[in-house]
Design a binder for this molecule. Sequence first.
Ligand code: AMP
Ligand code: MG
Length: 281
Amino acid sequence: MVEYWSVPVTEALKAHGLRIADLATSSTPGFTGDKQKAQELLVQRGEALSGLQEKLFANGRSGDRRSVLLVLQGMDTAGKGGIVRHVIGSVDPQGVDRAAFGVPTDEERRHHYLWRVNKALPRGGQLGVFDRSHYEDVLVVRVHELVPREEWEPRYDEINQFERELIGEGITLVKVAMFVSLDEQKKRLRQRLERPDKYWKFNPSDIDERAYWPAYQEAYQAMLDRTSTADAPWYVLPADHKWYARLAVTELLIDALEKLDLHWPPANFDIAEQLRRLERA
Ligand code: AMP
Ligand code: MG
């Protein structure tokens, strides 16, 4: 067991059977430390993550096609960007493949909704990060009826099938749904309006979306109920405390990378011979 965790993070955050209406978004499941401890651990565990990621990258260079893909979903202000900066930011950028999914462009709209996702998948050895994902096509699309029910309804099964294929291709999915309370969101949106360094994150439509909160809760619940599978489970992350959210995602990624049982790729040259050549050079 990792220090300061009463249960493994994968247990603490598992979506199975969870009602998000009952979720305490300010809770810190499984973690026994406080904010200061979490911040200390984030540095230490960030280094562990970085070491594992380097091994993944090294194996990718040697032809290993496996990769890890972090899928982040959450309402505006849930902290997806902070995860990218503070968690993914601790690893070597050359091994990171980040993609953000916004309102589809005209070109994207002309294709199947998985088209843009397929193009953004991490290559072997990469740590991929999706800031939003194909799940928007059963979230915002469902809430705002951007396509009729007959069209979004079959997407749950289609996404499960799609993810099975990804797993078959060597992609380990780490799906994290981040939740803040309606109050916490208000606080964070207010900050975006009060601080010049945060204006750029503000979008007036974020305020309109608040009226759809119950519909989003329902859509998120359906997503968890229907697309949390044994091989690609959802983790439900209470995200009012950023220090907890960042540490928890770090631990989820470490867990995923450790399960790959990575080793440094062996030398594909004769070490003794190269040492002799080096001495003479
Ligand atoms: P942000 O992540 O703050 O840059 O916002 C991106 C916006 O794009 C969010 O409001 C999403 O709901 C929206 N978005 C993402 N995917 C889709 C989609 N498939 N259809 C419609 N809107 C989407
Ligand atoms: Mg936004």
